[in-house]
Design a protein around this ligand. Structure first.
Ligand code: NAP
Length: 249
């Protein structure tokens, strides 16, 4: 069977856990050579790399802070040297630092904006030269349904994810003529370490409000990322694809 990402290369930020980890494995399974980053957990990243290599593709696990502009420049150089090109860039790395506005301090605001939004600028900016030379590329920015409809206690997170939408639509308009696409993948509530922090009662309440009545799985987000990275979506750009069990209707 033909693999959907055969002969493509991908760079995925935040691939050591959660949705990013699943994307690394799904992309490898679909035939892509994959580079991925992590912030701190080298052991976990090594285990993901080992698992992905079993699909017979090249895998690079690189420690790199996505919020650091210079580190992003070095990362792109390393990936291009290692894999030859970058067909798909997935800006997935993200954090939460939730609190109501009265209790949200400057550090919580800056950290979330830097890791979730500035990182998207950093990586897109430095990958752009390579994609322009190739005259092709698919950029997938991981947003959130919270960036579409907001959430009490997540003003910093929602602002970062809403910012990703404006950024991605602008990039889609700027480089569409050069064969580069840019879309947002907006997960709803997906079972990962990030949502585990919410506690059982909150999770149950969310499940009741989701039309499909259950939290999503990382794999369900990865499937959409494979679509956006593949040649199945060559006429799709500037869009927000929600994978949320119907939450964002
Ligand atoms: P997660 O389980 O907490 O994993 C986060 C990943 O990002 C880890 O690999 C982590 O690396 C990495 N990371 C964190 N800060 C980083 C940095 N500064 N530079 C590079 N890597 C960094 O998160 P997740 O739930 O999979 O979320 C992935 C993306 O989906 C995020 O953008 C999140 O906002 C978005 N999202 C998630 C949900 C959800 O319900 N889970 C819903 C909507 C959107 P280390 O392991 O080294 O820390």
């Amino acid at each position: 069977m033909t693999k959907l990402l055969q002969e493509k290369t991908a760079l995925i930020t935040g691939g050591s856990r959660g949705i990013g980890r699943d994307m690394v494995l799904s992309f490898a399974k679909q035939g892509a050579d994959v580079a991925f980053t992590y912030r701190s957990n080298a052991e976990m990243a090594g285990a993901v790399a080992k698992e992905a290599e079993q699909y017979g593709v090249k895998v690079m696990a690189i420690q790199s802070d996505a919020s650091d502009y210079t580190a992003a420049e070095e990362l792109i150089k390393e990936v291009v040297e290692g894999l030859g090109r970058i067909d798909i860039l997935v800006n997935n790395a993200g954090i939460t630092k939730d609190n109501l506005m009265l209790r949200m301090n400057e550090e919580m605001w800056d950290a979330v904006i830097n890791v979730n939004l500035k990182s998207v600028f950093n990586l897109t900016k430095h990958a752009m030269r390579t994609m322009l030379k190739q005259r092709s590329g698919s950029i997938i920015n991981v947003g959130s349904v919270v960036g579409i409809f907001g959430n009490a206690g997540q003003a910093n997170y929602a602002a970062s994810k809403a910012g990703i939408i404006g950024f991605s639509k602008s990039i889609a308009k700027e480089v569409g003529s050069r064969g580069i696409r840019c879309n947002v993948l907006a997960p709803g509530f997906i079972a990962t370490d990030m949502t585990e922090e919410l506690g059982e009662d909150t999770i149950k309440a969310y499940e009741a409000s989701i039309p499909l009545k259950t939290l999503g799985k990382p794999q369900q987000v990865s499937d959409a990322a494979v679509f956006l990275g593949s040649d199945m979506s060559t006429y799709v750009t500037g869009q927000v694809l929600s994978v949320c069990g119907g939450m964002s209707m």
